[in-house]
Design a protein around this ligand. Structure first.
Ligand SMILES: CC(C)(COP(=O)(O)OP(=O)(O)OC[C@H]1O[C@@H](n2cnc3c(N)ncnc32)[C@H](O)[C@@H]1OP(=O)(O)O)[C@@H](O)C(=O)NCCC(=O)NCCS
Length: 178
C-alpha cells in the first residue's frame, strides 16, 4: 500500500516554486515572453498598456526551475474610463512545463495578490475557455474599449470586490503615476 502511494506521488508533476518578479529577474522573464510569443507580441493592443507602464511588482509572479524562469504572469495598473483596475498579462509558460497546472497557478497567485492589494477587478485580453476556469468572463466588458483593435469577446474581467466588474466603461489607458 505504502509503495503504491509513493509511486503515485513520484509520478505526479511537481510545479516549480512561484516567486514575485523582482528587477533582477526582468531580463530573463522578458526573454521567456519573447520565446513564447515571438516578435508578433509587440503588435498587440495589450502591449499599448504595457510599454511605458510600471509593472505591479507585488502582483506579478515568476515560476523558477533551477533558478530560471519557466513561467510568468505580469500585472499592470490601468484605468477604464478613469476607474483603476489591474491589467493581467502576458501569461507565459515554457512549452516543456505546460499542462501541469502552472499557468492556472500563476494566474491564481497573481489574482490573489491583486485582491490583497485592494484592486476592484482584473482585466485581460485572452481566451474565455482558459481564463473562465479562474472566474474571468466577458459578461460586463461590452463597453470597455481597448486602445487598438481587439476581438471584444476576448476582453475579460474578474471582479475582486462586490460588483467590482459593474459599470466599467470607456477607454482603457495606462494609469497615471501616483
Ligand atoms: C496558455 C498557457 C499559459 C497555459 O499554460 P499551462 O501551464 O499549460 O496551463 P494549465 O496547465 O493551467 O492548463 C493547461 C490546459 O489548458 C488548456 N489550454 C491552454 N491554452 C488554452 C486556450 N487558449 N484556451 C483553452 N484552453 C487552453 C490546455 O489544452 C491544457 O489542457 P489539458 O490539461 O487538458 O491538456 C500556455 O499554453 C502558454 O504559455 N501559451 C502561449 C502563450 C499564451 O497563449 N498565453 C495566454 C495568452 S493571454
Amino acid at each position: 500500500m505504502t509503495s503504491t502511494v509513493h509511486k503515485i506521488a513520484a509520478a505526479a508533476p511537481t510545479l516549480p516554486p512561484l516567486t514575485r518578479e523582482t528587477p533582477d529577474l526582468e531580463a530573463a522573464v522578458t526573454a521567456l515572453i519573447d520565446r513564447v510569443f515571438g516578435p508578433g507580441r509587440f503588435a498587440k493592443s495589450s502591449e499599448r498598456l504595457r510599454e511605458g507602464n510600471t509593472l505591479l511588482a507585488d502582483c506579478s509572479f515568476v515560476a523558477l526551475r533551477d533558478g530560471a524562469p519557466v513561467g510568468c504572469c505580469r500585472m499592470w495598473p490601468v484605468t477604464i474610463g478613469g476607474e483603476s483596475v489591474a491589467f493581467l498579462g502576458p501569461l507565459a509558460v515554457d512549452p516543456d512545463e505546460r499542462s501541469a497546472g502552472l499557468g492556472q497557478a500563476l494566474v491564481e497567485r497573481a489574482v490573489e495578490a491583486a485582491r490583497a492589494a485592494g484592486w476592484r477587478a482584473v482585466l485581460l485580453v485572452g481566451d474565455g475557455p482558459y481564463f473562465g476556469r479562474v472566474g474571468f468572463s466577458n459578461a460586463h466588458t461590452g463597453k470597455i474599449v481597448m486602445p487598438g483593435p481587439v476581438d471584444q469577446r476576448r476582453v475579460l474581467l474578474l471582479p475582486l470586490t462586490e460588483r467590482g466588474d459593474e459599470g466599467l466603461q470607456g477607454l482603457v489607458a495606462i494609469a497615471p503615476r501616483a
